[in-house]
Design a protein around this ligand. Structure first.
Ligand code: NAD
Length: 428
């Protein structure tokens, strides 16, 4: 177990922002890093390059609206920047900094040859028409053009962005370059250089790493009770894969509420109902439950696939799972992390659990650059192998050093990044 006596008292607050959470994670990892790398650790606490842009667009009613956009390249020691673009009304520069830093660590944990980056626009896209969203994406792509490119920084989808947004982004970059450049973004439609398997990849990585963890704990996936927070890209795919493997997905929560069925929800029916009605309440063969009930239901596995800071000191004591899989980035506050640790709940950290998305993004980029496309079976089997190997490396390091999986994943990731940094040396 980690030495928690050094953790400062301010951790009793759940109010830490994502960037502060990340800094705490680096603090916790430092004592376990190879001593020869310590002179370089501060590199990890300073994003390499941060850009704030004004994104003005003409709304459908003729009014000109301004939105604030960001792109942060946290670290480029191991390769070009890689990380998604988020459209959300609460996006801030410090949130994007944290998300870009987690990409640095994540890309190193699964050993894809990328640095870490992330972007976002402070906007509620649900309040914009499709045409307004297209203008927003194209203007943002043009504003951050100075930082991106297939060998510089490669965006992808994140919360509220999808393959259509990636298609507009790729088209804008290509028009400005005077040539079609599919490799500038990943998560594109398959008919536009996207990869088979990308849609489910993050959920699949969550599933594969949870299966590995369950095996070590002697939990059978068939019949295991699963609760999933977030029913988007990540949460829906993970739910479906668990259900297809014989697990019972007993509870689902999204931003519209929570539903429950002790015998297991029918994920495809719930998805269809959610698409048709825009909410979960009333989905076939389900009963609505309140927030407290969601967090306290009797389960074996909890998948946190919504947003940051969802598992807090308030609800961590309620959780009855044996495994928490972090499909989202930063869903557990540092204070909640300690509570889950004390209660003996195994947390599969985000930088490992949700790395399936960037892994298949890497496959997409390789396919685009080589103009040679792989079958879905080939993609899934390569993905499964990378996720299982990464899980084994993290699990073995955690047991060898007597530390948590999160700390072990950070040690592995940080050491790969800092080794590259040290070998490259300091210019001038
Ligand atoms: P999404 O927009 O498709 O889905 C988000 C889901 O979370 C939705 O169901 C939404 O209703 C729900 N949600 C939002 N706020 C909530 C709240 N307060 N309470 C309960 N539910 C809430 O987004 P996504 O792509 O599935 O991403 C989810 C998380 O996974 C994010 O943290 C993202 O950074 C991370 N992630 C995504 C990918 C990917 O490939 N999409 C890869 C790695 C990590």
């Amino acid at each position: 177990m980690d030495n928690t006596s050094k953790i400062p008292s301010y951790l009793s607050r759940d109010q830490l922002g994502p960037w502060e959470t990340y800094l705490v994670q680096i603090d916790r990892v430092e004592p376990y890093l190879d001593k020869a790398l310590l002179p370089w650790v501060e590199t990890l606490t300073r994003p390499k390059r941060s850009l704030i842009v004004d994104v003005p667009i003409r709304l459908d009613n003729g009014v000109i609206a301004h939105y604030e956009g960001y792109r942060v390249q946290h670290n480029l020691s191991r390769g070009p920047g890689k990380g998604g673009i988020r459209f959300h009304p609460e996006v801030t520069l410090t949130e994007v900094m944290a998300l870009s830093a987690w990409m640095t660590i994540k890309n190193a944990v699964v050993n894809v040859p990328y640095g870490g980056a992330k972007g976002g626009i402070r906007v509620d896209p649900k309040k914009l028409s499709i045409a307004e969203q297209e203008r927003l994406t194209r203007r943002y792509a043009s504003e951050i053009n100075i930082m991106i490119g297939p060998d510089r920084d490669i965006p992808a989808p994140d919360i509220n962005t999808n393959e259509q947004v990636m298609a507009w982004f790729m088209d804008t970059y290509s028009v400005n370059q005077g040539k079609t450049t599919t490799g500038v973004v990943t998560g594109k439609p398959v008919s536009l250089g996207g990869s088979l398997g990308r849609h489910d990849a993050t959920g699949r990585g969550v599933f594969v790493t949870t299966v590995e963890a369950a095996r070590h704990l002697g939990i059978s996936i068939a019949g295991a009770r699963v609760a999933v927070q977030g029913f988007g890209n990540v949460g829906e795919a993970a739910s479906r894969l668990f259900a297809d493997a014989g697990a019972k997905v007993v509870a689902i929560q999204d931003d519209t509420g929570s539903i429950y069925n002790a015998s297991g929800l029918d994920i495809r029916k719930v998805r269809q109902y959610r698409q048709e009605t825009g909410g979960l309440a009333g989905a076939p063969d389900s009963e609505p439950i309140d927030n407290e009930h969601f967090w306290s239901c009797e389960i074996d596995i909890l998948v946190a696939a919504a947003m940051e800071n969802q598992i807090t000191e308030h609800n961590a004591p309620l959780i009855r799972a044996r495994i928490v899989a972090e499909g989202a980035n930063g869903p557990t506050t540092p204070g909640a992390d300690l509570i889950l640790q004390e209660r003996g709940i195994l947390v599969i950290p985000d930088v490992l659990a949700n790395a399936g998305g960037v892994t298949v993004s890497y496959f997409e980029w390789v396919q685009d650059i080589s103009a040679f496309f792989w079958s879905e079976d080939e993609i899934n089997s390569r993905l499964d192998k990378i996720m299982r190997d990464a899980f084994a490396a993290v699990w073995n390091a955690a047991h060898a050093k007597g530390i948590l999986l999160r700390t072990a994943a950070f040690v592995l990731g940080c050491e790969r990044v800092l080794t590259a940094r040290k070998l490259r040396g300091l210019y001038p």
